[in-house]
Design a protein around this ligand. Structure first.
Ligand SMILES: Nc1ncnc2c1ncn2[C@@H]1O[C@H](COP(=O)(O)OP(=O)(O)OP(=O)(O)O)[C@@H](O)[C@H]1O
Ligand SMILES: [Mg+2]
Length: 457
């Protein structure tokens, strides 16, 4: 008897599973139509509240220059999608005929379909809600654009440096080279070239990180460490230079591949004092620039690239490009070629002189320029730079702009507006202006005039 009842139970179980349960479920959709929709509405409202809280937090963090993480953005997209779908289902026109108040009888087919959809959607909403716990961090602090801030906006102008650029990038790809040097006369275009290289290797994902800092004549370790840390989103807790060097070294070693560009080195720089890993981190490559190859060799570069002055054709193309259409005028053409030749292929001279003469269509200005630019052989190129700078200086209109020009020269490459303001006030550059706001306005006007002619940013 016991055996018989267990056989009956075994046979009956699947019948209940496969026939009664599905039927009950289908009938349930009809009966619990209202409940299913109420449940869906409540769950969707809860999801919307959670979504709004996250949006508010992201928005607040965006004000601190943070950016939303992919995980958070994906979750918000999913939440938006399901909330929209719930609304759409709630507004389905079939509801009109599916409700109990429908006389004489509700449209059972619509009632069943809508209720079934609502029940399924409750599960989808719950799934998105659960996903909230796995979003991870909402925002991140993006890296600073430490490269590519050159005043050369049109990279076409670097056409003349294409060969050098390609050779240096090839060397950066060489696994046997980790210290590469770039040298050449002042103003020949080293900084501009390495900035362009930095941008390109970053775009082509040749390195995970690219960090470029200007060393300059003063080479203050503390400033250089601070600038590198900023670019690497590193906050020092240490206060001493050796402590920070250890932290920086640790941070650089965390990157699988990183390019560190140290621009404008004037004297041998002790890399270990700065916190740059030497030969113990294969993924860290160094690109060093200096006017002096000897310095690079003392810093043990394995391959150095000379950035030479432009040849006559390249120099003319750059000059013509910068001065504009006026040089096409036949009466100016010959004298313009002579002016360009006197720049001896030095990019800084070409661009400075070209900016000063841009748009000048009277022959006297050009002849005047030609007289002012003395012809100097290659050894005297530095003198030539001064000659061009003197030329630009003479073309500045107003003593206040001239004074500001000299002040910029004295303060060096790390000029900041506040310093200019302080020193300018001390030196009495801003005549007959008494309020700080007016002085600031005047300073910005003067900087604007200077930028126009010299392009110092
Ligand atoms: N290919 C180029 N096309 C147009 N302008 C350029 C180009 N290369 C450099 N310049 C301009 O020439 C000037 C000097 O260039 P850059 O600062 O790169 O020279 P540098 O060799 O780094 O000089 P320094 O040794 O003084 O640091 C800058 O104003 C820059 O914008
Ligand atoms: Mg430079």
């Amino acid at each position: 008897m016991e055996i018989a009842s267990s056989i009956v139970a075994k046979v009956a179980e699947p019948i209940v599973d496969y026939t009664v349960a599905p039927i009950a479920r289908q009938v349930g959709y009809l009966i619990f139509y209202e409940d299913n929709f109420k449940n869906l509405k409540d769950q969707a409202a809860e999801l919307k509240r959670a979504k709004d809280t996250i949006c508010d937090r992201v928005e607040a963090e965006r004000k601190s220059a943070r950016q939303i993480c992919d995980g958070a953005q994906n979750w918000l997209n999913k939440a938006d999608k399901i909330i929209e779908a719930v609304e759409k289902l709630g507004n389905d026109p079939r509801h009109k005929n599916a409700g109990c108040r429908r006389w004489p009888f509700p449209d059972l087919k619509s009632r069943h379909q809508l209720s079934r959809k609502a029940k399924k959607m409750v599960g989808d909403v719950a799934e998105v809600m659960q996903g909230k716990d796995n979003i991870g961090p909402l925002t991140f602090l993006p890296g600073l654009e430490g490269v590519g801030s050159t005043s050369v906006t049109n990279s076409e102008k670097l056409g003349s440096r294409k060969k050098e650029k390609e050779e240096i990038i090839l060397a950066l790809k060489d696994p046997n080279l980790s210290r590469i040097g770039v040298y050449g006369l002042g103003g020949v275009g080293k900084t501009t070239l390495v900035e362009e290289i930095a941008r390109q290797v970053k775009d082509h994902k040749l390195f995970d990180e690219v960090v470029m800092v200007n060393i300059s004549q003063t080479a203050e370790l503390e400033r250089i460490q601070r600038e590198m840390a900023d670019l690497l989103r590193l906050r020092f807790e240490e206060t001493s230079i050796p402590g920070r060097a250890l932290r920086l070294r640790q941070r650089l070693k965390n990157e699988k591949s990183i390019l560190v560009i140290l621009d404008d080195i004037w004297d041998v720089l002790k890399l270990e004092k700065l916190g740059i890993p030497l030969n113990d981190h294969k993924g860290c490559k160094l690109l060093l620039t200096s006017r002096n190859q000897e310095i690079l060799q003392k810093m043990e570069t394995q391959k150095d690239f000379l950035i030479d002055v432009l040849n006559e054709d390249e120099a003319w193309r750059l000059f013509e490009d910068m001065v504009g259409d006026v040089v096409k005028d036949v009466s100016l053409h010959d004298v313009a070629i002579q002016v360009a030749q006197k720049c001896a292929g030095l990019v800084v001279l070409i661009v400075t002189v070209a900016r000063a003469l841009k748009g000048k269509d009277d022959i006297d200005s050009w002849k005047d320029a030609l007289n002012q630019l003395k012809t100097i052989d290659k050894e005297g190129v530095n003198e030539k730079i001064y000659s061009a700078l003197e030329f630009s200086y003479n073309h500045l209109e107003g003593d206040d702009v001239k004074a500001l020009f000299l002040l910029c020269g004295l303060l060096g490459p790390q000029i900041c507006v506040d310093d200019l303001l302080t020193y300018g006030m001390g030196l009495g550059i801003f005549k007959q202006i008494y309020t700080l706001n007016d002085i600031r306005r005047q300073l910005h006007r003067l900087i604007g005039s200077l930028k126009g002619i010299l392009s110092i940013a």
